[in-house]
Write a protein that binds this ligand. Structure first.
Ligand code: ZN
Length: 419
């Protein structure tokens, strides 16, 4: 999920592809020249006619369930697609990431273009895609059904244009972006599978034409309250883990946060108990705390811990019988950080949007780019075009009106960065 932080007028900013920065060529001119490349022009021109089939594919892949930690079926679909397209060295790594290479004139620089396989929806969710004209509706149709479709669309467009790039493009359909997946796909990619071999990273996530260059960090916890448990009538007077969890959630709901830097908290899941007539022996909830500012993140983190401690104390003071205890387990840790607005990768993305007549907006978000950003590797997350609503809800929708512009934008961006 992204949030625009600025709609900027870029008239006076340099349009600086990486090559221009390195070669000392006047950046605006170099960008313009890149987009004048005949093979790229052919690739871009071929995209609108190919878009209807790509939308069919988007519907097809979205209808393959990919719950957290269970992305195998959709991964297998991508392995087949990568092979059909003719990517080289198609493989699935230890974490379940599907990887395929489009070799350039040399192995480096290597640009990774990724989209995430997983959805937030649990096993058994009805992922049937409903289509009505340009509208498509299904859980995961946009996040990241759109990004995954564009991954395939870009690979095919480059082939149709017979595009050759100086550097290599590695296509990745990765696991574990959402929720408790905790970016395990990209963590595997950068810590092992492609360790030390990635020069730039672009994730296609969701819709629109935004450019996410600020990595919102997050801490996620599972908090479990435990007590002796007993009969609701017979053991009345006993401490109650469900009540303790309720106290904690109520306290969290009242936490105060600054408007800037943005800081958020959300108790996203809660559960526990045995039956309506039992005093529970266990209750739990999961919370997500976020900010792009590391200090603000540790401040809300401290408030959260204090709130849990207070809830336990209050529940134990309320009743004389038994003791409630809480364990707080860190289940997600995403580093905060940013790719500078003036960096070549961001400036190139801006230049490409401008050249294609698309709006330019820089955004912050918690995405797969958090990991390369935290490692100092140039990285951004971009939208896949079209527009979306209701992400992470059963009513998730994708509006495919002029969505081919998204496929074009990412194709041009990849062309400009793979050098
Ligand atoms: Zn996503």
């Amino acid at each position: 999920m992204r949030r625009p932080i600025a709609i900027l007028a870029f008239a006076f900013l340099s349009l600086a592809p990486l090559a221009a920065q390195h070669a000392g060529v006047e950046p605006g001119l170099a960008a313009a020249r890149l987009l004048e490349d005949l093979s790229l022009k052919a690739a871009l021109a071929s995209i609108p006619a190919a878009e209807p089939a790509l939308l069919d594919e988007q519907a097809e892949l979205t209808a393959i369930p990919a719950p957290p930690f269970k992305e195998e079926k959709r991964a297998e679909y991508f392995r087949r697609k990568f092979q059909e397209i003719g990517l080289k060295a198609v493989r699935i790594d230890k974490a379940g990431n599907v990887i395929g290479e489009r070799p350039g004139a040399s192995p480096r620089p290597r640009l990774v273009l990724a989209a995430h396989l997983d959805t937030v929806f649990p096993e058994g969710t009805d992922v049937t895609v409903r289509r009505d004209g340009a509208a498509m509706q299904a859980p995961g149709i946009a996040d990241d059904g759109r990004g995954l479709a564009v991954l395939l669309g870009v690979a095919r467009a480059l082939d149709r244009g017979k595009v050759r790039t100086p550097g290599t493009i590695t296509f990745v359909a990765n696991v574990g972006e959402e929720g408790l997946g905790d970016l395990r796909g990209v963590k595997q990619l950068f810590n092992e599978t492609l360790k030390g071999q990635v020069d730039a990273f672009v994730s296609i996530d969701g819709t629109g034409h935004g450019i996410t260059n600020v990595a919102v960090g997050s801490h996620r916890y599972r908090v479990t309250f435990r007590g002796p448990g007993g009969h609701s009538f017979g053991a009345f007077g006993l401490v109650n883990p469900v009540h303790a969890a309720g106290r904690a959630v109520a306290g969290i709901a009242d936490l105060q946060v600054p408007a800037t830097p943005k800081v958020t908290f959300n108790v996203g899941r809660i559960g526990g108990g045995t039956s309506v007539n039992s005093i529970a022996h266990e209750a739990w909830f999961e919370i997500d705390l976020r900010s792009s500012d590391a200090a603000a993140l540790s401040s809300i983190d401290a408030s959260f811990h204090a709130t849990v401690d207070r809830a336990v104390r209050e529940e134990n003071e309320r009743w004389s019988s038994g003791r409630v205890e809480a364990t707080v387990e860190l289940v997600g840790d995403r580093p905060a950080g940013r790719t500078a607005e003036q960096s070549p990768i961001v400036q190139t993305a801006v230049a490409v949007n401008r050249a294609l007549g698309l709006p330019v907006s820089l955004a912050e978000g918690s995405t797969d780019s958090n990991i390369p950003i935290s490692l100092g590797i140039p990285a951004i997350t971009v939208g896949g075009g079209g527009s979306g609503s209701g992400a992470h809800s059963m009513a998730e929708r994708f509006d495919s009106t002029e969505s081919w512009k998204g496929t074009q934008r990412v194709t041009a961006l990849v062309f400009a960065l793979a050098r």
